[in-house]
Write a protein that binds this ligand. Structure first.
Ligand code: BDR
Ligand code: CA
Length: 308
């Protein structure tokens, strides 16, 4: 099993990523740290605890930074609702968040683990950047960072920027410059990892409490995408970062140098991916570009079938 820290801002697609990682026999979630983004830190932390409670898990959760490193927080209630995870009812948390900051839980988890840890960030990179700055000596204990963020082409919050990178571009730059191997699931691939109405009904028809919950999250998530984009379904952004760990063969990838724009006039928060290697700089990220969508959906359905 791959020992992981999930750093997330749940969020519907974060929530599905958590369910998938929790249910997978390839992944061992050792800690969950929360970040502000889709909603405020109080709400995303509460959502992480409610998801774990629903699953009957007691994986330690710690709240992270309430704000990006240097900027004001951007939130996304139009996508994820007022709670950050609107839609189906979830139980109240059966346990509390750890009385320590996310960065401390990350450090403790990394120190305790015999194996190197993989970090899976599916929100802004504030906590991960702060962790790397606070504990540079632990960098060598990180196996890889499999993150959802950025895009080689286009944006979803500005024409040039994807939401997670836009929320905290300075943090993103620290992470991309860290030297730790990075897998970047950006919009190039996540827009191809979409879930259609039929897929959603397939999940619902599995008929377990978890599959019905996922289908109901997708009912809510689909509304925003139908109203605002011309996709064939809802892109499952965050689960890509988890599915790549479970089965990288489903994806088409390219190693590239990636830089982050932090001071553009209209492009702040964009990931500048050197697709053609024109700069001949060190390739700091494995960038995902495509996914075998049908197999991606089957993997998800197969996972849900195994869960109560
Ligand atoms: C990312 O933004 C958030 O709203 C989603 O949870 C995902 O992590 C997609 O741009
Ligand atoms: Ca997210």
């Amino acid at each position: 099993k791959i020992p992981c820290i999930m750093d997330c801002d749940p969020g519907h697609d974060d929530a599905i990523a958590l369910v998938l990682a929790y249910g997978s026999d390839k992944i061992d979630i050792q800690a969950i740290t929360t970040t502000a983004g889709n909603q405020t830190i109080e709400k995303t932390t509460n959502n992480a605890l409610r998801i774990m409670t629903f699953l009957g898990a007691e994986i330690p959760v710690a709240a992270g930074c309430a704000k990006p490193l240097f900027r004001d927080l951007i939130i996304a209630p139009e996508v994820h609702g007022e709670s950050g995870l609107d839609g189906p009812e979830l139980p109240d948390p059966a346990y509390d968040a750890q009385p320590v900051h996310a960065v401390e839980l990350m450090a403790e988890t990394v120190r305790k683990s015999k194996e190197k840890i993989t970090i899976v960030p599916t929100g802004a990179l504030t906590n991960v950047a702060l962790f790397l700055m606070t504990y540079p000596e632990l960098k060598g204990r990180i196996e890889r960072i499999s993150l959802m963020g950025g895009a080689c082409w286009g944006g979803n919050w500005t024409p040039a920027a994807e939401f997670n990178i836009l929320v905290d571009p300075e943090a993103a730059r620290i992470v991309f410059e860290s030297g730790i191997p990075i897998t970047m699931s950006g919009l190039d691939v996540t827009h191809k990892a979409y879930i259609t109405d039929d897929d959603r009904e397939l999940f619902r028809s599995i008929g377990t409490r978890t599959s019905i919950l996922v289908a109901e999250w997708l009912d809510f998530f689909a509304k925003f995408h139908k109203d605002n984009f011309d996709f064939k379904g809802s892109p499952l952004h965050d689960p890509c970062a988890v599915v790549w760990l479970i089965n990288p063969d489903l994806f088409t990838a390219r190693d590239c140098h990636v830089d982050i724009e932090t001071s553009g006039k209209v492009t702040t928060g964009s990931t500048v991916v050197d697709y053609y290697d024109v700069l001949k700089k060190e390739k700091n990220a494995t960038v995902l570009f495509d996914v075998r969508r049908k197999d991606f959906v089957d993997l998800l359905a197969g996972q849900l079938e195994k869960m109560p």
